[in-house]
Design a protein around this ligand. Structure first.
Ligand code: GDP
Ligand code: ZN
Length: 317
């Protein structure tokens, strides 16, 4: 089933529509579970019915021919991890990932570093948004983060409620497709509303389409007035980390770049207990906090468990 929003009367007059149906290219801007909304290159929007597990996601570029949707190759994939550790794809062709935190609620230990590694491993540029900067205890948090991530990750202090600090975020998002990840209550929805004032209107349109389908989850891509796009997707609390190697983990872990020209004694150093380790040296000198180094060690243990499991599967073959 295909339904064009702007169906002109003149189209219906042609009894014999042109037999030459050219494939049209478009972008999936909303996913309603049973149908996707495609923004076509000519500016029209089209609802196309899809199977529940069709694998199409918001941000996918597609070719429409008749009832068929052909997906074009993806540049990046945005994943979400659910409460049970399952990984779900929520979007494609994203550029940046905004990690949203606030003085309250406090994220679990290592949340920011984990999200940064996951973003980099997926080829997304991470940035940190500290929301609720109208609260008294936010200044210390912002300055600690600016020190910890100096030069490596942009840190934006904002207040979605007061509308403060949003212009630098708008600038950063120009020309980029982005998503916000963060625990419930930090203000992701408030931030989306502040950055995309028309969002309420669109939410209204979507709920009209989905009337009676209360189980359907909706992900929508919103265009920003100053340029760029943001996805609004429900329950995006934890960005999924998939199949990363120990080498990649060390390459992506924020703060390890502070070793500069100093290298570890062993080329395959995992920065755990090896002698002459440049990372352990950073910790000893207080240039990388013990807490963050602990996060790395925990992640390394998880990555190694994954590698061991992959080897076991390989032997079974
Ligand atoms: P989400 O769960 O991450 O989507 O967070 P919400 O946007 O639903 O916001 C959670 C709570 O934080 C709500 O009570 C908001 O009113 C509040 N909140 C959001 N932004 C701000 C802010 O900038 N300052 C303060 N003080 N509260 C905020
Ligand atoms: Zn090392």
């Amino acid at each position: 089933m295909k339904k064009e929003h702007r169906t002109s009367g003149s189209n219906r007059k042609s009894v014999n529509p042109s037999p030459v149906l050219t494939a049209r290219e478009g972008l999936i801007v909303a996913h309603h579970g049973v149908a996707v909304e495609v923004l076509l290159s000519d500016g029209l929007r089209s609802m196309v019915r899809v199977k529940r597990r069709s694998g199409h996601v918001v941000g996918d570029r597609v070719k429409i021919s008749g009832e068929a949707l052909d997906r074009l190759p993806r540049r990046t994939e945005l994943r979400r991890r659910d409460a049970r550790g399952g990984i779900h794809l929520v979007g494609a062709n994203f550029d940046v990932l905004g990690i949203v935190i606030a003085p309250l609620p406090v994220p679990p230990p290592g949340f920011i570093d984990r999200a940064i590694v996951a973003a980099r491993a997926a080829d997304l540029l991470p940035f940190v948004v500290v929301n609720k900067c109208d609260l008294a205890d936010s200044a210390a948090l912002v300055s600690a983060l600016k020190t910890a991530y100096a030069g490596a990750i942009p840190v934006f202090p904002v207040s979605a409620a007061a509308g403060n600090g949003l212009d630098p975020v708008r600038d950063f998002l120009k020309g980029n497709r982005g998503a916000f990840v963060g625990i419930t209550g930090v203000g992701k929805s408030s931030l989306l509303n502040a950055l995309c004032p028309e969002i309420d209107l669109k939410v209204g349109v979507i709920s009209a389409i989905n009337r009676g389908r209360h189980t359907t989850t909706v992900s929508t891509l919103h265009s920003l007035a100053a340029g760029g796009e943001l996805i609004d997707t429900p329950g995006f609390q934890d960005f999924g980390l998939v199949d990363i190697s120990a080498e990649d983990l060390a390459a992506y872990f924020p703060g390890f770049e502070k070793t500069g020209d100093v290298t570890c004694r062993f080329r395959d150093c995992r920065h755990r207990t090896e002698p002459g380790c440049a990372v352990v040296d950073l910790v000893a000198k207080g240039l990388l906090s013990t807490e963050r180094y602990e996060t790395y060690l925990e992640m390394l243990t998880e990555v190694e468990a994954g590698e061991a499991e992959a080897r076991r599967q390989e032997w079974k073959k």
